[in-house]
Design a protein around this ligand. Sequence first.
Ligand code: XMP
Length: 512
Amino acid sequence: MQKILVLDFGGQYNQLIARRVRDNGVYAEILPYTAPIDEIKSNGYSGIIFTGGPNSVFDLSSPHYSRSILELGIPVLGICYGCQLIAWMTGGEVKTAPVSEYGKIELNLRADSKLFKGIPEKSVVWMSHTDYIAAVPEGFEITATTDNCPCAAMENEEKGVYAVQFHPEVTHSQFGKELLHNFLYEICGCAGDWQMDSFIDRTVAELKEQIGDKKVVLGLSGGVDSSVAAGLLSRAVGNQLTCVFVDHGLMRKDEGDFVEKTFTSMFEMNFVRVNCQGHFLKKLRGVTDPEEKRKIVGTEFYNVFWEQIRKENATGFFAQGTIYPDRIESGKGAGTGQSVIKTHHNKVEMPKSVKFDGIIEPLKDLFKDEVRAVGEKLGIPRELVWRQPFPGPGLSVRILGEITAEKIRLVQDADAVLRDEMDKCGYAENLSQFFAVLPDAKSVGVMGDHRTYEDIIILRAVTTDNFMTADWARIPYEILERVSSRITNEVRGINRVVYDITSKPPATVEYE
Ligand code: XMP
């Protein structure tokens, strides 16, 4: 399989570049700028992309790379900081402009270039830079300019080195997709062999080979990643797979049953559901501090899960749904020589007392959208494949104050009404995440001639690209009205519904 290297110099769009390359049917992987040249040489890349980054190339403490990377005979494309870096490495002049060039800017093509094949002479690109190339290095030709940027693109075709000051990876760049396509197919000679169908066939074959006649155990949470990992493993080894599903009772309404039904009816595997709602309620009794609640759910989950694994006498391999973004070493933190592999809150660490022959991570090279594509191809229901993020501690962070069985019922029922209405009118597609929250608060209401004193439900709905920041969703009033009226009518114990109109920051998406 052909591979493109995305060499990370610390910019914010690095994963996006890799995803865009893969959208073009070519596999891309990200390495930090500290990756040794020998590693790059031996990996057999068809092309290399230098990413953007926040630094100035003439600052010696900024990320740099040995010039020999341009002499490997592998085509290189530099983007933004990567573009300036190429100029700096090869004897050009980079200067700081008095004002930054930022936003959508008109690009004018100045010369014929394979990189711009099929792209009109004038188009709009996304710029975000203050430093610029004041003099191009020897052997390079300027291929594009803007009103403020004397070198918006340059190349040395003979050496296969190309550089663009703008960001082709963001959708604001009108022909960015075509530009990346040209780099991959016209310049690097890629064939487009990264397709999800062939990924499934190849991975299933590899899993069969690796597992042989041994057993595999997987912790299934009902989230996207573990569900798709379960689907792949089941296709590879069927009943040699045991999925352990810990139902702590803090999931959305009927979710545990749905997960069980899906995996027992659609996939060949041993499915073990550990029903421990009572155990969790007992451990959470009287606890009101948010951090304490999170800690208890985390610890008990871990205890119950590994206890079950011991009971199963599980042998062979341990599988988990780690995905590519969980593993990427960022250019920002690089240089320490240590890999900064993220441990996701929901992944279960292995106690020392448990011994397996090895760990299997069938999704470790995939981005989330690729995981979803694989899930759909495996026939996993849309409800699981397109599931919204759900916190590891479950509803315990959406019930403020002490958790009781009655409060779980209230929040689950209200949440089910909200989801039902959103799905029915199709508005769910506009939202990144939405759910109901039960604050620790009652209010006075009236029903017929009676005064009531009952619980409040908060509705939370956000739109966001990355969950680091989020905006509250402008859901039409008519939909909110239907949801409110159904919740107060159908969920016994709720007499008031309010809508959260706070963005993140200053609030967070969840409440605890
Ligand atoms: P916050 O509340 O921090 O949430 O704005 C951002 C996103 O992260 C999700 N979230 C979690 N996901 N384990 C998870 O896997 C957790 O403990 C957790 N806490 C918050 C939240 O649902 C939102 O999508």
